[in-house]
Design a protein around this ligand. Structure first.
Ligand code: GLN
Length: 458
């Protein structure tokens, strides 16, 4: 047994009392969890021993619900545990709950959950972002030391930026997708939200690596050890909310002051990233969500004339509007005779984006962009149309289309709300993200959310 186990466990028990007194009222205001079981037993010894963590409710944890934020799966309890979660548990970390999300991971606010409402811990009238909004909010509010999310098009990074925490989207395939409910399989990976950068790195170290249950998983190639010197930045960046623009310019100044060379680059493909992403993501979603039909899984109507009627009734009542729109869109872009016009074209754009980024990384060690063009918006904000909201995903979806790692890091507060910036690196070069973010943190540390008193990273 780890010789420090006894001491660490007694610390954990002492913290637990303080934790429960603090966390329950805090959680009532934030609403990060769909299932919350903080009164946990003694954890196993290991590198992450005694660290409570949360898991987005589209990732399987045995004996916990697995709702995906959907009426469709409201009563489903998972009979098994995702590989990445099992690895964290084996290292001593403890699951204390399942967090809220936009239904099946489709959205950017967590307001599209059918099962709960999550508020931004910085301002309860605002959204936590999404789709992993519950995870980012729980990490920011000090309810967990870290939280797992899934990132198909920015769903870990964007809520991390809204809540003032780190958000890592690893290289595609380096974390097993076994136990993660598929939305768009070729784009997504599990990621981490945490107030602690060091812990984010440690947790990634435990989660990553090949898993026989996921044929697309792989052992990350060892990164090329080299210090980050040159950071590419987008030439002529526009369309940012003024507060984000200010934070972006301040970040450029900090990076210069830290001795980095900033290299302006033009990414001609950036404007095509969102259409390509939504074509591919909806196409894959329409196939992935076909399994939810009320027969093997999901909501079952009380009465049906025949199997076809059962499926129709189950899907009509089980899925929310956004999910239905995406299934229809995906079916539309894949319909026979029209694949070339949409899906194949989107795949070509995807290759072009990958090549464009490769050229950037030939000249620079990292690429830096804002994570999202706005700070956290208020619930029910109608100032952006649903189309504009999707366009705002352009900085994040780029990394998913290319399969490369990206990290959203807290870049300070603007009028009391956090703003996040994002580093992207070539595949398997997570080390560069951590290195540069750690250096940046020597000038701008992750902010303390008002009212939070517990820091599990210490
Ligand atoms: N906002 C994006 C979408 O709605 C990202 C979702 C995600 O990464 N799961 O598809």
């Amino acid at each position: 047994m780890d010789p420090t186990f006894e001491t660490r466990w007694s610390q954990f028990s002492a913290k637990k009392q303080a934790y429960l007194a603090y966390a329950r009222p805090m959680e009532q205001k934030v609403g990060s969890f769909l299932t919350y079981r903080p009164d946990v037993e003694a954890p196993q010894a290991g590198a992450l021993q005694g660290l409570p963590f949360a898991v987005k409710d589209n990732i399987a944890v045995k004996n916990f619900p697995l709702t995906c934020g959907s009426r469709m799966l409201e009563t489903l309890v998972s009979p098994y545990t995702a590989t990445a979660v099992a690895r964290l548990q084996a290292a001593g970390a403890v699951v204390i709950g399942k967090t809220n999300l936009d239904e099946f991971g489709m959205g950017s606010s967590t307001d599209l959950s059918a099962l709960g409402k999550t508020n931004n811990p910085w301002d309860f009238s605002r959204v936590a972002g999404g789709s992993s909004g519950g995870s980012a909010a729980a990490a920011a509010a000090g309810l967990v030391s870290f939280a797992l999310g899934t990132d198909t098009g920015g769903s870990v990074r964007q809520p991390a930026s809204f809540c003032g925490v780190y958000g890592l989207k690893p290289t595609y395939g380096t974390v097993s997708r076994y136990g993660m409910t598929a939305y768009a399989s070729s784009l997504e990976v599990m990621g981490i939200a945490s107030k602690s950068l060091a812990l984010t790195e440690k947790v990634y170290g435990v989660m990553k690596g090949r898993d026989p249950h996921d044929q697309t998983s792989l052992d990350p190639a060892p990164g090329v050890a080299r210090a980050v010197k040159t950071i590419a930045v987008l030439d002529g960046l526009t369309d940012l909310e003024p507060a984000v623009q200010r934070a972006y310019e301040a970040t450029l100044d900090h990076l210069k002051a830290l001795g980095y060379r900033l290299l302006p680059v033009h990414l001609g493909t950036l404007d095509y990233a969102v259409p390509a992403y939504y074509t591919i993501a909806t196409a894959e979603a329409s196939a992935n969500l076909a399994r939810f039909n009320g027969i093997r899984y999901g909501l079952r109507p009380e009465y049906a004339e025949n199997p076809e009627d059962l499926i129709r009734k189950s899907r009509t009542a089980g899925f929310g509007d956004e999910v239905k729109i995406r299934i229809m869109l995906g079916t539309y872009v894949l319909r026979s005779g029209f694949q070339d016009q949409y899906y194949t074209k989107a795949q070509k754009v995807r290759t072009a984006i990958r090549n464009d980024l490769q050229k950037v990384f030939d000249q620079a060690d990292l690429l830096m962009t804002p994570t999202f063009p706005t700070r956290a918006f208020v619930h029910g904000d109608r100032s952006m149309t649903p189309y504009q909201q999707k366009l705002a995903d352009k900085f994040t979806v780029t990394a998913n289309l290319a399969g490369i790692p990206a990290l959203s890091f807290p870049a300070g507060l603007e009028e009391g709300l956090p703003v996040g910036m994002q580093f992207m690196a070539p595949a398997f070069e997570e080390g560069r993200l951590f290195e540069a973010a750690a250096k940046f943190a020597t000038r701008v540390a992750a902010p303390d959310c008002p009212g939070t008193s517990l820091d599990w990273s210490k």
